[in-house]
Design a protein around this ligand. Structure first.
Ligand code: BGC
Length: 358
């Protein structure tokens, strides 16, 4: 009898232990996605300057947040007014202190940003980069953006097509430290090397639109024989376009640039910009949020697999746009549901613009 009582007391004890441990055991499926994880999730995307290009990135961030059912305050977007490494570092510090889930940053100076990125990673924050690659061996888990060297090369090849007899080309860019600016310039220089095209030393406007215009004006007036201009950042194409138009040199100066913001597309429609290498910045914002969400809720391996991360990179790709394919490009954006503020209605390409590519 005593023996039976003792064993039922033991059974009750065991049962109580199981009941007490149950919530703990359940929460130990801890890396699995769960409503609690989702409620505390917060991602911050840090860009480089106030510009329509970065507004498109922000639209992508918001679209991903919507698709993932996140509240607006769970996907924050920040950019300094112009290129500002100190401001990027300060912003990282603020969000590290808040203990956010993930930070995706476009490092204006990869070496200067790496220590604070490391601090974030050491604090358990998921760190990725977008638009602008980090240093080699960075703590950034993934770079989401353009293959900048390859894209710069494509821009250079377009210039070679436009200037078969060679000439002198000016280069404007927004940074001398950001890797995307440096790699694009390298790709461009490699593509034009040995073709009879000479290039001038690139000028740096620090992502300041007024500076970009001033510098484009001064390069044009100092070089009356300038036959081509290359705009490395989204600021530069429109700055060159305005300078070229004001100097009445549209027929004499070929212009190849990057990105497809409204002012750049207008330049293509007018015929002052001959070609642009359009990045897919909406996707950069969208995929940054989505990837960090998947890593935090499903683990890195599953997230990388679902998002197609290859060697730490999601290559978002580019589209090369001229008057000849502008309409198709718009159809492509519409099909993908990517918002844009320009239209090709009541516009037709000019035959001479198309002919220059044949
Ligand atoms: C670059 C960004 C830059 C933007 C605005 C884009 O081409 O990828 O890094 O911030 O232009 O200048």
């Amino acid at each position: 009898m005593e023996k039976q009582k003792a064993s039922s007391t033991r059974l009750l004890g065991l049962w109580l232990l199981i009941v007490a441990l149950a919530p703990l055991l359940a929460s130990c499926a801890c890396s699995e996605p769960g409503p609690t994880d989702a409620a505390h999730f917060k991602v911050v995307v840090i860009g480089k300057s106030v510009h329509p290009y970065w507004s498109n990135v922000e639209t992508g961030v918001q679209a991903a947040a919507k698709d993932l059912g996140l509240r607006a305050d769970q996907a924050v977007f920040f950019v300094p007014p112009t290129e500002d490494v100190t401001k990027q570092i300060e912003t990282m510090e603020t969000y590290i202190a808040q203990g956010v889930t993930g930070i995706a940053v476009a490092p204006s100076d990869p070496s200067a940003l790496e220590p604070v990125m490391r601090k974030a990673a050491d604090a358990g924050i998921i760190v990725t980069t977008l638009d602008t690659p980090p240093v080699d061996d960075s703590v950034s888990l993934v770079y989401i953006g353009t293959d900048n060297y390859a894209a710069g090369k494509v821009a250079g090849e377009k210039m070679v097509q436009l200037l078969p007899a060679g000439g002198t080309v000016g280069i404007g860019r927004g940074s001398d430290t950001a890797l995307n600016a440096l790699q694009r310039t390298d790709g461009f220089l490699d593509a034009v090397a040995g073709t009879g095209i000479e290039t001038l030393e690139p000028f740096n406007d620090k992502e300041d639109a007024a500076q970009a215009l001033e510098l484009a004006n001064s390069v044009l007036s100092a070089n009356p024989d300038l036959t081509g201009a290359f705009g490395v950042y989204a600021y530069n194409g429109p700055a060159w376009a305005t300078a070229i138009k004001e100097a009445n040199r549209v027929d004499r100066t070929k212009l190849v640039c990057f990105d497809a913001t409204t002012d750049i597309i207008n330049g293509i429609k007018e015929g002052v910009i001959d070609a642009t290498v359009a990045q897919r910045e909406f996707d950069m914002g969208y995929k940054s949020v989505y990837l960090i969400y998947l890593i935090s809720t499903q683990g890195q391996a599953a997230a990388f697999d679902k998002m197609g991360v290859v060697n730490g990179i999601i290559d978002t790709g580019v589209d090369v746009i001229t008057q000849a394919n502008l309409k198709e490009y718009q159809i492509q954006l519409n099909t993908k549901g990517i918002p844009h503020k320009w239209s090709t209605q009541e516009w037709e390409p000019a035959q001479d613009e198309i002919d220059q590519w044949n």
